[in-house]
Design a protein around this ligand. Sequence first.
Ligand SMILES: Cc1ncc(COP(=O)(O)O)c(C=O)c1O
Length: 391
Amino acid sequence: MKNNLYTSRLSKSFIGQGMFEILNSVQSLERQGKKIYHFELGEPFHKTNSKIINSLITSIKSGNTKYTSSFGLYELRDKIRVSTKNSRGYYPDLEQILITPGANSIIYFLIKTICNPGDEVIIPNPGFPSYIAACNANGVKIRTLNLTQKNNYQIEISSIKKLITKKTKLIIINSPSNPLGVIQNKKNLIEMYELIKQNNIYVLTDEIYSRITYNNNEFFSISSLDKCNKHVIILNGFSKSFSMTGYRIGCAIGPKKIINKMRLLVETIVSCVPPFIQESCTAALSLNNDLIKKNNLDYLKKRNKIINKFNETNLDFVIPDGAFYIFPSLKKYNITGENFCKKILNKYGIALVPGIFFGSQGKFNFRMSYTTDNTSLDKALDLISKYLHEL
Ligand SMILES: Cc1ncc(COP(=O)(O)O)c(C=O)c1O
């Protein structure tokens, strides 16, 4: 009899996100009683604001526990229209806005919506691992846009030009970036927009860290040039700026025909996003800016502390302008990020992420997510520095 009990060809290329594997292994070390300093997940340690939590509880208690429109609640999408106008200079139409189960899912939904198997997607290297995972899971070909430290990890338009072929469907960009904390400059983004227009391709601009910037470093959204009408799709969410990682909700803004198709995927997979979670996001967008300013100041102080300490070592790094990551290179120590992370976790309980998880360009790097309390940060910085001197 024919054996049909095998997994699909495509499933062989599913890779998920390596960070969650690290989380599983450090949690198992913790259960064995080992003290762990957590720098592995991109997760704010600040608690979710009490107004957001209260709005969620009130919403559940008042019975908002039913299905909603698969686009998302009107009130939330209307708030997103206004915040887009305030931050990016234009009002998207309501039909351009889709509420999604987590922001991460937007990457998969978009690729599924616009690409045929064999089409090509350009992604940054180093870049957020879900870009690779979502391309693999959709059977599209990855072309990597190498970002280099010597160019401060800025996108080089000449490099993109070399990667574009007849099969290119999409370019993914991320500013401020995970794992680099780098903000892409406006001039490059304007040039890039011209390029994608000429070549009739889409750009997914991952702006999940757009509210987390330091020193008034200017964040510019490429979407301002297109108003998300033709070429540009925004990925955004609440996880990072509002410390809501476990709520699993995101928001896509894009051309109506794309958003409508992505909506059908939301319907197919989860039907809709829980209404009480959506209401808590409406509450988040109703807060004034003080919370974000306060958190950003905290990240800035932590960043400066790290830079001061790392400046006493032979680590090479670009100073982050936003998000809460630093991505130092260990080249001068002649040790790969993977080896370093394994050893320092075993020896001192410091959980970092090997740079290779973000692409081949990160082979000699590690990512440190500085979203921990100050006491743990001070202690861990001393231990990292001690360990580097021992190498
Ligand atoms: C660059 C980037 N995009 C998207 C996401 C996904 O965010 P969410 O947790 O809201 O799905 C993350 C989360 O780490 C991220 O770093």
